[in-house]
Design a protein around this ligand. Structure first.
Ligand code: ZN
Length: 242
């Protein structure tokens, strides 16, 4: 982590996991903010492949988008082992993915996005940034209550009150389905960005890379892979590139 701070309100901090959604958010932020930094969290996730993908995606975006590269500032990785220690979810332990009695999948990590946003805001505060960008989405989501627009609005208010500084939480994917997310990547960065999303981002809950499918790497059968593959197919069927 570097210590030099950019001028106040000079940019945006993207919550960047190395997946399809946050990579699209990164491109979205680079398209409209003069300075963009990224933050990821090591929370003891079952599959570390996601963290490896982060650095690959960042390197490829720098390489393929010379107009964006000068806007790309520091990448931060913050430890958050407490989430893994609390455990009890299929994303942080070797538990089979299943639906819980209350209708939420057991991939739900309670409080995860709330913690992510709080830490991201603390980092943004120190770095002189007032905009947080995240891939939370209410359309195709798994029912995660911490992805809801109302949660984001409340969080934005809590952060602004608690740090006595205005914060904006920008969620460009909030009302998009997965097909629209593929379309957004295409419109922001053309085939070059779609290639990066397909080849280098990671979504699979089981941590599988394996063969490259048209929609990317992954097991193809976990809920995250299914959503990603179905979105890609719908985007293709609707005439990808339009
Ligand atoms: Zn999968």
């Amino acid at each position: 982590m570097t210590t030099a701070s950019p001028p106040a309100s000079a940019g945006a901090l993207v919550l960047f996991s190395g997946g399809q959604d946050s990579t699209t958010c990164l491109a979205w932020a680079l398209d409209r903010h003069p300075h963009v930094e990224t933050v990821g969290f090591d929370y003891g996730q079952r599959h570390r492949i996601e963290l490896d993908c982060r650095t690959v995606v960042l390197a490829r975006v720098r390489q393929r988008f010379p107009a964006w590269a000068p806007r790309m500032g520091a990448d931060h990785l913050l430890p958050l082992e407490a989430l893994g220690l609390i455990g009890g979810t299929a994303l942080t332990s070797e538990t089979e993915i299943a639906m819980r009695a209350d209708g939420l999948p057991n991939t739900f990590v309670p409080g995860r996005n709330l913690l992510f946003l709080t830490l991201a805001a603390a980092l943004a505060y120190r770095r002189g940034m007032a905009v947080l960008v995240g891939g939370m989405c209410e359309t195709d989501y798994s029912g995660y209550p911490d992805c809801r627009d109302a949660t984001m609005k409340a969080m934005q208010q809590a952060l602004a009150l608690g740090m006595d500084r205005p914060f904006a939480i920008e969620t460009p994917l909030m009302w998009l389905d997965k097909a629209a997310t593929w379309r957004l990547a295409q419109s922001l960065g053309g085939d070059a960005l779609v290639d990066i999303v397909r080849e280098d981002t990671h979504t699979c809950y089981l941590g599988e890379r394996g063969q490259l499918h048209p929609w990317g790497h992954g097991c193809g059968s976990c809920p995250a892979c299914q959503l990603r593959a179905q979105g890609y197919a719908a985007w293709q069927a609707a005439g990808a590139g339009n």
